[in-house]
Structure formats: C-alpha cells, structure tokens
Write a protein that binds this ligand. Structure first.
Ligand code: RP5
Length: 165
C-alpha cells in the first residue's frame, strides 16, 4: 500500500504530531517521519517533496508553526495531496501558522486542518489513501464505529450519573 509521510518543521512539533503517528499506526498505514523545514533546510524539504511520489508515498502531512510555509513548500514540489497542520507553537497561539498554511494561492492546494489537528490530518490522509484501498476503507469504517460506540458509552454513563428526572 502507499505510505504516508509526516513532515514537521522542528522536533518541538513532535509531541503534537504523535497524535498523527498513533492514528496512522492504529489504521495500519506505513509512514515515515522527518524533520524538514521550508526555511532552515529548504533544499532537503524540496528534494523530499520532489521524490515522494516515486518513493511510494500517497500523501504528505506537513506540520509547522509560526510563519508556517512547510505545507505550501511541499505542495509546490509534488502532485501528491498535502495535508497541512498549523502548530500552536508561538506567542500568537497558532493563528499565524493557521493563516500561513491555509491561505494558499489558487493553483496550489493544501488541505489545512485545525491548529494542532494532527489526528484529523492522519484521518483525512487515511481517507485519501482508502479511495484506492478497500481494506483500509474497512479499517476506517471500524475506527469510526468504535469512536461512535465510545461516545454512546459516555452518554449512557453521564446520563445515568447526572440526570435528575
Ligand atoms: C517552525 O517553527 C516549526 O515547525 C516549529 O513549530 C516552530 C518553532 O521551531 P523551534 O524554534 O522550536 O525549532 O518552523
């Protein structure tokens, strides 16, 4: 199956991006993790994006904070779908990274998830990969059913503990 790539601008993004790794693991999707920066290692970042399709990747998750150009820099160098994760790593609480990641010019899309939205980045990537992988689609359906069951269980417990009918 196609692999996913998780690219982050700094090891300071690692803790949040663990959520993406855990989610891809739960869905049995193979993935690589790299620290690449649009600003600090621009050549390496471009080289990764340029070779990603040939290397067997099907999607790139790119996480960065502050003036977050990593997802856009990835998108500029590949036709693979790029999912951008703005990191809440600055004094601006991630709003800077959100705007830098989401405000791509027409012609160069980045699918931007919420600030620190690592889990959704992994799920959206999985949904993309599942379009050509029925077994992954089944695992996604099971993941969602388990999520529903968990919420229903919480609903039962909270309703029992707090309702005053
Ligand atoms: C961005 O700058 C990184 O993605 C990180 O979120 C932020 C701060 O990086 P460090 O200074 O902690 O390495 O490029």
């Amino acid at each position: 199956m196609k692999k996913a790539a998780i690219i982050m601008g700094s090891d300071s993004d690692l803790k949040v991006m663990q959520g993406a790794m855990d989610t891809l693991k739960a869905l049995e999707i193979p993935f690589a993790v790299r620290i690449l920066s649009a600003h600090r290692t621009p050549e390496a970042a471009a080289a990764f994006a340029k070779s990603a399709q040939a290397e067997g990747y099907g999607v790139i998750i790119a996480a960065a904070g502050k003036a977050a150009h990593l997802a856009g820099a990835m998108a500029a160098n590949t036709l693979l779908p790029v999912v951008g994760v703005p990191m809440k790593s600055s004094t601006l609480d991630g709003l800077d990274a959100l705007l830098s990641t989401v405000q791509m010019p027409s012609g160069m899309p980045v699918a931007t998830v919420a600030i620190d939205g690592a889990v959704n980045a992994a799920l959206l990537s999985a949904q993309m990969l599942a379009l050509s992988d029925d077994r992954l689609m089944n695992r996604l359906a099971a993941y969602r059913a388990a999520q529903t069951a968990k919420v229903e269980e919480k609903d039962r417990a909270i309703s029992e503990a707090y309702s005053n009918l």
